[in-house]
Design a protein around this ligand. Structure first.
Ligand code: PGA
Length: 253
């Protein structure tokens, strides 16, 4: 059920300008060095679309991949002021895209809309980091599993190229709050997502499932003991090269 390769994905959110290439350069140096004796992890930085091209080509990235943080569902150009689509992201150097993030769901993104985005991103050969997670109220009312099931079923279809989707379990109440789920709880939820996926999409394989929400260089030690986790989606802490690198170092300590 667990893949050996662990993902450390940075979600920069609305952060960064041209000067931020220094952060990427430092993480890149670390990745190059560490990689020679430990090729067990993959680093992906999901940055604002204004920076994708610049980071991708300014620095020689050997062991870091660049992704976007959202895209429009329309496959071609169109009258959608302020948006970029999957093809535009791909052409500027992104290999991944985060979709379904709760901050965008809070702005009105529905499961149905997210599904169109997933489809269009896969069609454009982007790998999708698909975020799912329950709110605090849903958790309190014992709805976690049913919410996750609905989010998965309503946004993913069996006919999609499923191995292009990485799931990120991000409980809304843990994002940017310094609150994290209990170890046993998280283990169960990750197992649920993997089994539900396999059953529902009749897949031979378990999917990759990451955790996201207030991951930092201290609590990563707790997460490193959860064997069915395939990696992490890291928000705030990924905006500092030191914090991000320390998370990876401490994970393997
Ligand atoms: P956080 O954000 O690590 O700052 O809690 C995670 C995310 O939003 O992906």
């Amino acid at each position: 059920m667990t893949n050996k390769l662990k993902y450390f994905i940075g979600n920069w959110k609305m952060f960064g300008d041209l000067g931020s290439f220094k952060i990427v350069a430092k993480i890149n140096r670390f990745a190059n060095k560490f990689h020679t004796y430990n090729n067990k992890f993959k680093i992906i930085l999901c940055v604002p679309s204004t920076l994708v091209y610049f980071f991708k080509f300014k620095i020689k990235l050997k062991h870091i991949f660049i992704g976007g943080q959202n895209c429009h569902f329309n496959q071609t150009y169109g009258p959608f002021t302020g948006h970029v689509n999957a093809s535009m992201l791909k052409k500027t150097g992104a290999e991944y895209v985060i979709l379904g993030h709760s901050e965008n769901r809070a702005d009105g993104e529905t499961n149905k809309l997210i599904k169109k985005k997933i489809k269009s991103s896969i069609d454009q050969n982007l790998k999708v980091i698909f975020c799912i997670g329950e709110s605090f109220k849903e958790k309190k009312n014992g709805k976690t599993f049913s919410v996750l099931r609905k989010q998965m079923r309503e946004s993913v279809e069996k006919r999609f190229n499923l191995n292009k989707i990485i799931f990120a379990y991000e409980p809304v109440w843990s994002i940017g709050t310094n609150r994290i789920p209990k170890k046993e709880q998280l283990e169960k939820i990750i197992e649920f997502i993997k089994k539900e996926y396999k059953r529902n999409f009749r897949s031979k394989y378990y999917p990759r499932v990451l955790y996201g929400g207030s991951v930092n260089n201290n609590n990563i030690r707790i997460f490193s003991k959860i064997s069915n986790l395939d990696g992490f989606l890291i928000g705030g802490a990924s905006q500092s090269s030191k914090k991000f690198i320390d998370i990876i170092k401490n994970y393997y300590k």
